[in-house]
Design a protein around this ligand. Structure first.
Ligand code: ARG
Length: 458
């Protein structure tokens, strides 16, 4: 059977190899719900403006619902000569209703149709991702009370830097996820503009009502320029960027917890239900889920590159290249979704290894900067204090002790400005308690933030 898109102008049959090369039904069939929903809205509009009759509308809608059922049950055969989801739905309608079905494509092109379908699909998918991001934030928040009294090292350059409360870590991830959610909401606004009715590229001479279809499909408005709309895939790329940023956050977190679950760090135990064993080494409990999260993030970021490259040299307006947007788009949503679905229970269920953390928390001079700031409060210039504390740390290192274990005579030998009260800021407990600035790990600041997040997330 010949493709419905081959008009009377064609004298030659399609080469079989082109049919297999050009088809997209093997991946865009997942748009059938959106395609049928768009077609019903379009048909209703055609009826309202008098381009089809009430009877024709009823017949079209009935049959489109039938076709939806056939797709639900995977009953409709997929045929390469019908290329894509749009022509599968339309041909099924024509097969069942004849000339009535032949009217559906009035004032419409697959160019505005595909853009409508993807926008609806992305909109739904962004909402699903947002719900998962919220669940992941809730998982981090759920840890904050129990872990409140645990002090962890904060790292820069992966070297021990300053002491922080464990919930300060959890809140750090909640902030990243909050920015992800804000980006997502912003991206959704641009996704949510209705292209239906720009037809192929220039609009239509028929008296359609674009506002009506936009409203029926719950779009916020209609796109303004037919040339732009026919070519536009910014919204695909933007959503792919939003996902890439999420993937990057998840990958960094996964890497951190992989490190934390090594014997070397020994900070955290990930639920064994999310770990795998070794076929040869009986002692192994590997954090494969997190490694896969780190690995799968590459797919999401790779999709963004693919999409950027896909559009960069395209003249206005629709070009068939754009059909290649769907595999990376679908894959990046599927992958991000799977990553989040596993991150949520892992975050909620992992256990901090308190004893192991505490046993080494006084190593690495996490209180050195606090000591320097204590000297500054005594009136010493920062650079002088920085140099002095370096010397004090050097002395402690050569003795193999933490700062809090240096005798007062030794400290006073290095600076006459030091008195006994210095011990009030030494040691990680004291050092954490000494913080005060907004956004810091000061216990009362962390408490404020936890309370704020509890209110925000409800
Ligand atoms: N399957 C195509 C796509 O995904 C449909 C768009 C219209 N095709 C066309 N030859 N104008 O982009």
């Amino acid at each position: 059977m010949a493709s419905p898109s081959r008009s009377g102008v064609f004298a030659a049959q399609t080469d079989q190899r082109l049919e297999a090369y050009a088809e997209s039904i093997t991946f865009d069939s997942r748009l059938y719900q959106q395609d049928i929903r768009g077609s019903i809205a379009h048909a209703k509009m055609l009826c309202n403006v008098g381009l089809i009759s009430e009877e024709e509308l009823t017949r079209i809608c009935e049959e489109l619902e039938n076709i939806r059922g056939q797709f639900d049950r995977s009953e409709l055969p997929l045929r390469f000569e019908l290329e894509d989801i749009h022509m599968h739905v339309e041909q099924a309608l024509i097969d069942a209703t004849g000339d009535v079905g032949r009217k559906l494509h009035t004032a419409r092109s697959r160019n505005d149709q595909v853009s409508t379908d993807i926008r609806i699909w992305i909109r739904e998918s962004l909402d699903a991702i947002d719900a998962l991001l919220l669940d992941l934030q809730r998982a981090f928040l759920s840890r904050c009370e129990d872990d409140f009294d645990v002090i962890l090292p904060a790292y820069t350059h992966l070297q021990r830097a300053q002491p922080v409360l464990a919930p300060h870590y959890w809140l750090a991830y909640m902030e990243k996820l909050e920015r992800d959610r804000a980006r997502l909401a912003d991206c959704r606004r641009r996704v949510n503009q209705c292209p239906l009715g720009i037809a192929a590229v220039a609009g239509t001479t028929l008296p359609i009502d674009r506002q009506q279809t936009a409203e029926a499909l719950e779009f916020e408005g209609i796109t303004a320029n037919s040339l732009d709309t026919s070519s536009d895939r910014d919204f695909v790329i933007e959503s792919s960027f939003v996902l890439s940023m999420i993937a990057s956050h998840l990958s960094g977190w996964a890497e951190e917890w992989i490190l934390w679950s090594t014997v070397e760090f020994d900070f955290i135990a990930i639920g064994q239900e999310f770990c795998t064993g070794s076929s040869i080494m009986p002692q192994k409990v590997n954090p494969d889920t997190l490694e896969l999260t780190r690995g799968k993030s590459a797919r999401v970021m790779g999709a963004l590159q693919t999409l950027m490259l896909l559009v960069k040299n395209l003249p206005l307006a629709y070009n068939r290249d754009l059909q290649e947007d769907k595999p990376p788009l679908f894959d990046s949503f599927d992958t991000t979704r799977a990553m989040l679905e596993l991150a949520i229970p892992i975050v909620a269920g992992a256990k901090l290894k308190r004893d192991s953390i505490a046993a080494r928390i006084e190593k690495g001079y996490l209180d050195a900067t606090t000591l320097m700031e204590w000297m500054i409060r005594k009136g010493m210039p920062q650079r002088t204090a920085h140099h002095l504390v370096g010397a004090i740390v050097g002395e402690a290192m050569s003795r193999g002790v933490p700062l809090a274990e240096l005798p007062i005579e030794t400290l006073q030998g290095l600076s006459s400005e030091i008195d006994e009260s210095v011990y009030e800021v030494l040691g990680t407990q004291n050092a954490v308690a000494a913080f005060c600035s907004e956004g810091s790990t000061a216990p009362h600041r962390v408490r404020e933030q936890i309370d704020l997040w509890k209110k925000r997330l409800g």
